[in-house]
Write a new protein. Structure first.
Length: 221
């Protein structure tokens, strides 16, 4: 299976949406559903029903929100820690999935920095699985505050972590960690593996890698 850069994957997504008329909402749904399948396998080995989702404001966060919905439908208690404010979300598919979570009464905590996250320390530390949907492949450059402090806190918990598409902080092209990155137990990457998952620092961060098919036409892959 070929490996792609951030730019190549972005172009594949664009063509799937614009040329093949596959709505981005469907791609997000398929990605989140596949991630939920991997999460369920991880949760079989854990006692308890609590899951924490760490969500960014972009499409990777939207993938995480879909994952949270599917896990809730399977009987798990999911809390979403949104790193930012709801009104800062600009992606329509992410807005749509956030509204669905609100309708389903999934708790959404708006997090501005590490201190605001630590107010929920007890419920986070009671979680059986942590979902990393902070950056995805979109990150280019250094992880900045408050994200670096939040990522370090997540790592300090030493709990099972599932990263969606790529561990947050790991460069999708080079596999280099410039400041810090999520140390994942498993990574579910969408459509095609990203080059950075196999280069430089990645073996210490990616964990077991699963490639999920999300309905992008094979001609594009």
């Amino acid at each position: 299976m070929k490996k792609v850069t951030r730019e190549e994957m972005t172009e594949i997504d664009r063509r799937a949406i614009e040329e093949y008329k596959i709505p981005s909402l469907i791609l997000m749904e398929n990605a989140g559903k596949c991630a939920a399948g991997v999460a369920l396998k991880m949760l079989k080995k854990q006692k308890g029903k609590k899951v924490s989702l760490f969500s960014g404001k972009g499409n990777n966060g939207g993938d995480g929100m879909v994952t949270a919905r599917h896990l809730m439908n399977k009987g798990y208690e999911v809390i979403c820690y949104l790193l930012g404010k709801k009104e800062e979300i600009v992606s329509e598919p992410v807005k749509r999935n956030l509204k669905i979570l609100e309708k389903m009464k999934i708790a959404i905590r708006e997090i501005s920095d590490l201190d605001s996250l630590l107010k929920f320390r007890r419920e986070i530390e009671n979680s059986r699985l942590l979902l990393d949907a902070i950056f995805g492949i979109g990150l280019a450059g250094k992880v900045r505050s408050p994200y670096c402090e939040i990522i370090d806190y997540i790592n300090s918990l030493r709990k099972p972590v599932l990263s969606l598409d790529i561990p947050s902080g790991l460069d999708a092209n080079t596999g280099i960690v410039s400041v810090t990155a999520i140390v994942a137990t498993r990574t579910v990457t969408f459509a095609l593996p990203k080059k950075g998952l196999f280069l430089n620092d990645s073996p210490k961060y990616s964990g077991k890698i699963t490639v999920a098919e999300i309905s992008i036409p094979k001609q594009l892959l």
